[in-house]
Design a binder for this molecule. Structure first.
Ligand code: PGU
Length: 407
């Protein structure tokens, strides 16, 4: 018989979000009267921009004509879209040969793990988006969980004590560092100075940063960098993964991109961009051409305007949630809530409580689904993540219910 990939036996729990969905289903089955509202998974809820939908519809209809039909495209993506992404988001920072179009940031993170293989050392912010750690375990770059975390992973606590920016001195030389800003789940958005520190550290220590900028479109403070490539030195030490999911509601449509600089090298001097090109051409067959037409529409004048409006809507939701968590009721509970206004998540500490315990209490008493902070790593214990993705009326209703929460 074929042996199981030890990476899977090393994983200690199921993936976080299906586990939350399972608990929600179970609760709903035993409480059919409950009108459950989700502030859990960061899933977009507002309709697509008509402009973008029209572009995809036109492209799809064109496929039904002899002139408009096309089959496989370039695996790295439509040249025009690669150019447009470089121009719009990375002026003087990256060119089209460094842009790779994909079916989303999560899928790129998984493929990046095949790029570095099982022998790489890994460091993550703690708490962090679970895919960095779970994916590393699956490919064997991390071992078993010893109760405080997976062997081979350096956890870098990001807490209120360090203003949610990690102490890099714990990172060994030649480590792959996952860094997410605006951060999921804490919402912390790194400043120029902080990112310069990170880049300088990586360059000095042979590290490569996997910079997840999936929430870049939420940054409203003009002093904060939207891409790691705004930082001098980043091109010799960083890869950026990014996505249309949150900016234009493509969570179901699926479209993302990565930037792998031509200057970035492995220890033997070989090009990371060339190997990434090999991964993308060999293990991926290109993003849907219909969806790429939508991506192009998202980056023209109208598309960019629609993007801003859509993100503003969610940011407004975030403010409502933050105001609720700052209210009298939560003060009594000793809750401290963090919301930067530059990301979609509100991160709240419930002192003395376990995250899953608070999750269950909020589900049971308010019929609101949240995400337990401990699901993002050991330093997330006692925290709850509130997502600001939702229809305004649902957010308002959830806030009304939350403001009466008793624990
Ligand atoms: N990167 C970060 C930091 C994310 O939070 C998410 C989604 C992604 C990437 C995924 O981007 P795609 O381009 O759509 O693949 N995080 C959500 C959804 C959960 C999930 O498993 O992706 C969340 O609630 O954290």
């Amino acid at each position: 018989m074929i042996k199981r990939n030890t990476g899977f036996s090393n994983l200690t729990a199921g993936y976080l979000f299906p586990e939350i969905a399972r608990r929600r289903r179970e609760y709903a089955a035993s409480h059919p009267e409950a009108k459950i509202i989700s502030l859990g998974i960061g899933n977009t809820t507002e309709p697509l921009s008509k402009h973008i939908a029209q572009a995809m519809s036109d492209y799809a209809l064109g496929l039904a004509t002899p002139e408009g039909y096309s089959g496989y495209g370039d695996e790295q993506g439509n040249t025009e879209l690669r150019q447009r992404i470089a121009e719009v988001f990375y002026p003087n920072m990256a060119d089209a040969s460094e842009v790779f179009i994909s079916d989303g940031a999560k899928c790129d993170i998984a493929r990046i793990q095949t790029l570095f293989g099982r022998d790489v050392k890994v460091a993550v912010q703690d708490p962090a988006y679970p895919v960095y750690v779970d994916g590393s375990v699956v490919v064997g770059a991390a071992g078993a969980n010893n109760g405080t975390g997976y062997e081979g992973i350096t956890y870098l606590p990001c807490t209120e004590d360090n203003d949610f920016f990690p102490d890099l001195s714990k990172v060994e030389k030649d480590t792959l560092i996952y860094f997410c800003s605006p951060n999921n789940p804490t919402g912390a958005t790194a400043t120029r100075e902080q990112l310069q520190k990170l880049v300088d550290f990586a360059n000095a220590n042979g590290c490569i940063i996997i910079y997840d900028a999936a929430y870049f479109a939420f940054i409203r403070d003009p002093s904060l960098p939207k891409t790691i490539f705004e930082i001098p030195g980043a091109k010799t030490c960083a890869i950026e993964v990014n996505s249309f999911s949150k900016p234009v509601g493509f969570t179901g449509v699926r479209l993302g991109w990565s930037i792998v600089p031509n200057e970035l090298k492995f220890a033997d001097g070989s090009s990371v961009n060339k190997d990434w090109n090999r991964v993308m051409t060999t293990l991926f067959n290109g993003a849907s051409n219909i969806v790429q037409a939508g991506g192009l529409a998202a980056l023209d004048e109208q598309g960019l305007k629609d993007m801003k409006e859509e993100v503003d809507y969610y940011l407004e939701n975030g403010k409502l949630i933050k105001a609720t968590l700052d209210g009298e009721n939560f003060k009594k509970l000793g809750v401290q809530a963090y919301f930067t206004g530059n990301g979609p998540y509100v991160w709240a500490k419930f002192p003395g409580k376990k995250s899953w315990e608070v999750f269950d209490a909020i589900l049971d008493k308010c019929h609101v689904v949240t995400t337990p902070g401990s699901g993002f790593g050991p330093a997330g214990e006692s925290f709850i993540r509130f997502s600001s993705f939702g229809h305004r009326a649902d957010i308002e209703e959830a806030c009304t219910r939350l403001s009466k929460l008793e624990l």
